[in-house]
Design a protein around this ligand. Structure first.
Ligand code: FBP
Length: 340
């Protein structure tokens, strides 16, 4: 019986590139280098309990959070995989305050890489799925080396984006604007193989909502009424939803993408701007979600329309099935005020 065509991520990237007659191959190089970095991070994550890679690195990052050793490892792996290929003009990372320049000894290219090396790091020590998130933009400034201007582009200008989820299996999900494709790492051959071509959010979607309800008292009235409604307790008669919350954005989003529903990280009295970072958490998920037929909003507008003003700016996030994100916006716009 004929073997089903095995499509590695390298082959898929080249086939996608052929759809763009003027492609230089540089974007493909960036995506394949990222896939390599993901394999190296996966190997370390998989044996985290066996080697001295769990726990804190003993320093704080720009967000004021304690940095985990695996955060640092993932940061270094991605930086070293991407700094010398001549494809990038600069990088931005959750772990670095400023724009990361390409070392002078290496040539630069026309793309910007923005990434969260390891998202959900608070779950590392307890063996819960974590992830890497990335987005790629074309350089807009004049001259060789990248500038802040190149890094503060709205999500609509992204040329490719996605994430890696290190879970029961390791999957890389990306889009370069022609649909969403998922690849599962086959450890026996060390290759990401196409396992989920052309991912579309299910219609009708499953009725899942995902939010940290421990912050209920800190939410706006609109947010509280929304969650009450999702639980079938609201003024509007709604068949109750089921809830799922892992506390790891990549894992919560991946479930929402494949099953439908809505993931929310609202703004609240402790984080009036929201907690999640616009550039390297919300925007890449918004691209994947929209490309798969869903929506991503900050409660008022599409995440991909937001023009960033700072590398580490935060945003509320509502992402998932279009009808549920629309519904969330209605509730939020009716009662937006945060409690005093
Ligand atoms: P970092 O680990 O990258 O700082 O990520 C933020 C994050 O862990 C997300 O992955 C997750 O969705 C959220 O924070 C969980 O926050 P909370 O513990 O407040 O629910």
């Amino acid at each position: 019986m004929a073997e089903r065509a095995v499509v590695t991520i390298d082959r898929h990237i080249i086939e996608e590139e052929r759809k763009f007659p003027h492609a230089t191959g540089r974007l493909s190089n960036i995506l394949t280098d990222l896939a390599l970095a993901a394999k190296m991070i996966q190997r370390e994550v998989a044996q985290a309990g066996l080697v001295d890679i769990l726990g804190r690195a003993g320093r704080e990052n720009v967000q004021g959070e304690q940095v985990e050793k695996l955060d640092e490892f993932a940061q270094e792996v991605i930086y070293n995989a991407m700094d010398h290929g001549g494809n990038l003009c600069c990088m931005v990372s959750e772990e670095h305050e400023d724009v990361i320049p390409i070392p002078d000894r290496f040539p630069t290219g026309d793309y910007v890489l923005i990434f969260d090396p390891l998202d959900g790091s608070s779950n590392i020590d307890v063996n819960v799925s974590i992830g890497t998130v990335f987005s790629i933009y074309r350089k807009v400034s004049k001259g060789g080396r990248g500038t802040l201007q190149d890094c503060l582009q709205p999500g609509r200008a992204m040329v490719a984006g996605g994430y890696v989820v290190y879970g029961s299996s390791t999957m890389l999900v990306y889009s370069s604007g022609t649909g969403v494709h998922g690849f599962t790492l086959d450890p026996s051959i060390g290759e990401f193989l196409l396992s989920h071509p052309n991912i579309r959010m299910p219609e009708p979607p499953q009725r899942y909502y995902s939010v940290n309800e421990a912050y209920y008292q800190r939410w706006s009235l609109g947010q509280r009424r929304l969650v009450d409604c999702l639980k079938g307790m609201g003024e509007k008669e709604t068949a109750p939803f089921r809830t799922r919350y892992i506390g790891s954005l990549v894992a919560d989003f991946h479930r929402t993408l494949l099953k439908g529903g809505i993931f929310m990280y609202p703004r609240d009295t402790a984080s009036p701007e929201g907690k999640l970072r616009l550039l390297y958490e919300a925007v890449p998920m918004a691209l994947i979600c929209e490309q798969a037929g869903g929506r991503a909003s900050d409660g008022e507008r599409d995440i991909l329309d937001i023009v960033p003003t700072g590398l580490h700016q935060r945003t509320p996030l509502y992402v998932g099935s279009r009808e549920f994100v629309d519904m969330a916006e209605e509730f939020l716009q009716r009662d937006p005020e945060l409690p005093c």
